[in-house]
Design a protein around this ligand. Structure first.
Ligand code: SAJ
Length: 408
């Protein structure tokens, strides 16, 4: 039989390829973006991810096909984007709703619709069930609904697809176990079947937990800066306690998950989310903290020319090419507001961007600047760290240990 994966982005594509390799089912990968489908059909991946290329090259046409059409089948996995609306902080469910509508146009009776996209708790009740009912389908008879949120971390997705445990939320245990069989084809870890509300909530809670933990580390970085203490040493020492596990401070929290999902809770429960909101604010304040550190260096070394500053790293974290919500982009916005244009930028993973003064040659970038701000700890900079010791360095990721390096 057939599984139709809807949405071939960071989650849908690796999942479709894993299913193609392991499930023995025929996989159709659907995306409304024609140029994406053209590119996949001609053998070109649209993003970098460790191990993805091999998986992609190994998949034969008998196992997987890419199309802009929805298939008529019994099983759908929906992995389309779920952005949040910048002002109201609520989820924008239009892509999920439109995918579900298109599925209803073609699905076989009794089809299972599995939503993998992260959704704010309550989305299925509020936005998906009504759409299905209005179309005259009876949920639990004509179609079945499930939420199986993804948990894979960019940079290590293929490994985590196989090794992370998963949650499957359904109305009906039997359907839950059918879905479990599909995921078991490639996932070796526990797969827990629960109800839809629990699956929705626990996914958002996982990312919110991480956001709060990083916010704590960032607040500690600011506290330690006041008295010139080494925050990394403090965290390392505290983490020796068997029940303490503080994450690392950094220039801010980016990406499309951790910096977005907590807003779903804040948006829906504004009176009950003081802690979650504070954490978001602390993490969002980090680019400004980096800016104040840059100003300190400029003052101490009597540097006035902003074009002598180079930001290393445009992506939201190391060894990925994803720039969504990246702290560097936020810092560039702040620099425009507070100083003037002219700061230089380099990232080995970003070949095209709208950012001004982006260099594509690392040595040329270095030769033009006096202060290097390490925003992202790509392996590339770790391998080239010896080229930095003649520069002033602000290391926001704690990867340099030579004398005179400025930290957060
Ligand atoms: N960061 C820090 N300090 C740290 C760890 C991360 O500042 O100690 C920053 C990163 O630099 C980055 C941001 O936080 O800017 C988020 O990066 P991340 O690596 O923590 O997480 P994501 O967004 O790449 O992936 C997360 C994961 N969630 C959890 O670990 C709970 C992943 O498992 C989820 O599948 C993913 O969100 C998602 O799609 O929801």
């Amino acid at each position: 039989s057939i599984v139709n994966v809807i949405g071939l982005g960071y989650i849908g594509l690796p999942t479709a390829l894993m299913l193609a390799k392991h499930s023995g089912l025929k996989i159709f990968g659907t995306d409304y973006n024609e140029s994406l489908i053209d590119s996949l059909r001609s053998g070109n991946l649209t993003f970098d991810e460790q191990g993805l290329e091999e998986l992609f090259e190994a998949a034969s046409e008998n196992e997987i096909e890419f199309t802009t059409e929805y298939m008529s089948c019994h099983t759908y996995i929906v992995a389309v984007p779920t952005p949040y609306m910048k002002t109201s902080k609520k989820i924008d469910s239009k892509y999920v709703v439109s995918a579900v509508n298109s599925i209803l146009d073609t699905c076989k009776p009794g089809a299972i619709i599995i939503i993998e996209s992260t959704i704010s708790p309550g989305t299925i009740d509020k936005y998906i069930r009504p759409v299905i009912s209005e179309r005259g389908f009876v949920i639990g008879r004509d179609v079945h609904l499930a939420h199986a949120p993804e948990r894979i971390i960019p940079g290590n997705m293929i490994y985590e697809l196989e090794n992370n445990s998963r949650t499957i939320g359904t109305d009906d245990n039997e359907i839950g176990h059918k879905i479990k069989k599909i995921y078991e084809s490639f996932c070796r870890a526990d797969i827990v079947v629960t109800d839809i509300r629990t699956a929705e909530m626990s996914k958002v809670v996982e990312n919110t937990y991480r956001d709060i933990n990083i916010a704590f580390a960032n607040e500690l970085a600011k506290i330690c800066r006041e008295d010139n203490m080494d925050v990394y040493e403090v965290i390392k020492t505290a983490n020796m306690h068997p029940r303490v596990n503080i994450l690392q401070p950094g220039p801010g929290v980016g990406g499309h998950c951790i910096s977005v999902d907590p807003w779903f809770l804040v948006g829906d429960y504004p009176d009950l989310t003081n802690l979650i909101l504070s954490a978001r604010k602390i993490n969002d304040s980090m680019p400004l903290h980096v800016l104040s550190r840059i100003r300190t260096i400029m003052r101490e070394h009597s540097i006035r020319d902003i074009s002598k500053i180079g930001l290393y790293g445009l992506t939201y974290k190391e060894n990925v090419d994803d720039m969504r919500e990246s702290p560097t982009l936020q810092l560039l916005e702040r620099l425009d507001e507070h100083l003037s244009f002219g700061v230089k930028v380099y990232d080995p993973y970003v070949h095209k961007s709208h950012v001004e003064n982006q260099y594509h040659d690392f040595d040329e970038f270095l030769s033009e600047i006096e202060i290097v701000v390490i925003m992202v700890a790509h392996d590339h900079i770790k391998e080239n760290i010896n080229k930095l010791d003649v520069k002033l360095v602000l290391d926001t990721r704690n990867i340099c240990d030579f004398d005179g390096v400025y930290k957060l």
